[in-house]
Write a protein that binds this ligand. Structure first.
Ligand code: SAM
Ligand code: TMP
Length: 405
C-alpha cells in the first residue's frame, strides 16, 4: 500500500489505465523497441483528499531539450494568459519595482505580457528547447527545475517575489512539499501566489479521464490545495473556475493571516463536498464511467472500420495518449492524427504508434470522420473547421459523452 505524497496517510487506488508510455513521447519507428512504459494508476487519499498517481516517471524523461508541448500553439491560450497576467498586474503589483516569478513558463506565453511592460520577471523552465524560445523573445529564463533549493538561490540573486505564478505545472510535480516550501521562502510577506491547473470537479463530472497521464502527478481540488498550503503556514484566499483545458481552477494564495479570505473559497469547498470529492464511492463511480466511455468509443470506431469509413485523429494532445492506450485504439482504427506542432509531425503517437502528420494533410483529404482529441480547444478548433463541419465532416467526441456530431 502506498502512502499519500501530501499527508503520509495510506492511499486508496481506484483505477488503473494499464501500461502507459510518456504522454508527450512522440517517437520515430527505430525507437519503438526501447519505448518506456509504466503503470498509470490513480489513488485517492481519504485524509487530505488529494488525488494522485501511484507510480511516477523520472522528471528528466518528460521534461528535456525535446519537449513536445509548445504553449503558444493555441491562440486562445495566448489570450487567456494575457488576461491572467493583467489580473496579477492590476490587483497585486502596485508596489515599486515588482518582481514576478513563473515556473513552467515554457515558450514565454505568459511572461511576455510582463516583459513587454518592463516588469522585472524570471521564468523557471527546465525543458531547454522551449526555454530557448522564451529567451529569444527577450524573456529572462533559467532552464532548471524549481524546488526549495532553487528558491534559496533565486532569493540570493534577485530577492523575494511579489507574485509567484504558474499554469498547468504545479500538478506536474510529485515533490510538491519542496515546491511549497520554496514558495514560502521566495514570496514576500505581502506577496501572492496565483496558479491554475485542471480541476478534479470537472474531471469527475465530465469523465475526462484523459486529464490523467504521466505529467499529471495530481488532480487538484480547492480542499486538497488548501490542505497542502496550510501545512506551510499559507492559505487559499480566493479561487476562480476557468473554462480552459476542459475545466481548470485558479487558486490565489497568500501567507496565512496576511490577506482576507474570500467567501468563494468556502463556497467552492462546500460544492466539492456536495460533489462527493471527499468520498471513495465517487471514485468508484468514476471508474465505472471511464469503462463505459472506453467501451462506447471503441465500439464506434470498430463499427466505422467495419463499414469501411476513414477516421483520423484531430490534435495529438498529451491527453490522447491515455485515450489511445486505455481504449486500445490501434492504427487500423485511426489512420493518422493531424497536429500543428512540427516536432510531433513525421513521428508516431506514444504506445499505439499511430502516425502524426501535418494539419495540411487533413485539409487536403477532408476525411469523413475526425476524432477530436483536442476537445479542450474545441471552441478554437470548431471555429477554424467550420468549413469542414458545414461540408459534412463528422466529429467523434468522448467528453463529456461519447458521441458523433
Ligand atoms: N505554463 C505553460 C502552459 O500552461 O501552457 C506550460 C505548461 S507545460 C504542460 C508544463 C511545463 O512545466 C513544461 O514546460 C515543463 O518543462 C515545466 N516543468 C516541469 N517541472 C517543473 C519544475 N519543477 N519547475 C519548473 N518548471 C517545470
Ligand atoms: P494539449 O491538449 O496537450 O494542450 O495539446 C494541444 C495539441 O493540439 C498540440 O499538439 C497542438 C494541437 N492543436 C492542433 O493541432 N490544432 C489546433 O487548432 C489546436 C488549438 C491545437
Amino acid at each position: 500500500m502506498s502512502k499519500c505524497l501530501i499527508c503520509g496517510n495510506l492511499i486508496q487506488p481506484f483505477i488503473s489505465f494499464g501500461k502507459m508510455p510518456i504522454a508527450n513521447g512522440f517517437l520515430k519507428m527505430e525507437q519503438f523497441k526501447k519505448e518506456y512504459f509504466f503503470e498509470l494508476k490513480v489513488a485517492f487519499c481519504p485524509k487530505c483528499t488529494m488525488v494522485q498517481l501511484t507510480e511516477f516517471v523520472d522528471r528528466e524523461k518528460m521534461f528535456h531539450e525535446n519537449y513536445a508541448f509548445f504553449s503558444s500553439t493555441s491562440k486562445m491560450m495566448s489570450e487567456h494568459f494575457k488576461e491572467f497576467a493583467d489580473e496579477v498586474q492590476s490587483k497585486y503589483l502596485s508596489q515599486k519595482d515588482p518582481f514576478v516569478v513563473e515556473i513552467g513558463s515554457n515558450d514565454g506565453i505568459m511572461l511576455q505580457n510582463f516583459a513587454k511592460k518592463g516588469i522585472r520577471h524570471l521564468g523557471v523552465e527546465p525543458s531547454k528547447n522551449v526555454a530557448e524560445i522564451a529567451k529569444g523573445k527577450g524573456i529572462n529564463t533559467i532552464s532548471q527545475f524549481f524546488d526549495e533549493e532553487l528558491a534559496h538561490k533565486i532569493v540570493k540573486t534577485d530577492g523575494q517575489a511579489d507574485a509567484f505564478i504558474a499554469a498547468n505545472v504545479m500538478c506536474h510535480i510529485p515533490y510538491f512539499h519542496s515546491i511549497v516550501a520554496g514558495i514560502k521562502i521566495l514570496l514576500k510577506q505581502e506577496g501572492i501566489v496565483m496558479f491554475e491547473d485542471p480541476y478534479l470537479g470537472d474531471v469527475i463530472e465530465k469523465t475526462s479521464y484523459d486529464q490523467i497521464y504521466d505529467e499529471h502527478a495530481f488532480v487538484f481540488s480547492v480542499s486538497s490545495i488548501n490542505y497542502v498550503f496550510q501545512q506551510h503556514d499559507m492559505e487559499v484566499i480566493d479561487v476562480s473556475p476557468q473554462e480552459v483545458h476542459g475545466g481548470s481552477m485558479r487558486y490565489i494564495i497568500a501567507h496565512k493571516g496576511v490577506k482576507k479570505v474570500s467567501k468563494n473559497v468556502f463556497i467552492q469547498m462546500e460544492r466539492e463536498k456536495a460533489l462527493g470529492l471527499n468520498l471513495p464511492e465517487t471514485f468508484d463511480l468514476f471508474r465505472n464511467n471511464c469503462e463505459k466511455s472506453r467501451d462506447s468509443l471503441k465500439t464506434i470506431l470498430v463499427d466505422l472500420k467495419n463499414k469501411g469509413k476513414k477516421v483520423v485523429g484531430y490534435a495529438a494532445t498529451s491527453k490522447s495518449t491515455t485515450v489511445l492506450n486505455y481504449c486500445g485504439i490501434t492504427p487500423d482504427l485511426i489512420e493518422y492524427i493531424c497536429d500543428t506542432t512540427p516536432l510531433k509531425q513525421g513521428k508516431f503517437s506514444p504506445g499505439m504508434h499511430i502516425p502524426v502528420f501535418s494539419y495540411e494533410k487533413f485539409v487536403a483529404e477532408k476525411p469523413e470522420f475526425a476524432l477530436l482529441f483536442g476537445w479542450n480547444h474545441a471552441k478554437e478548433i470548431m471555429a477554424k473547421e467550420k468549413k469542414y463541419s458545414d461540408s459534412g465532416g463528422k466529429w467523434i467526441v468522448y467528453v463529456p459523452q461519447v458521441n458523433i456530431i
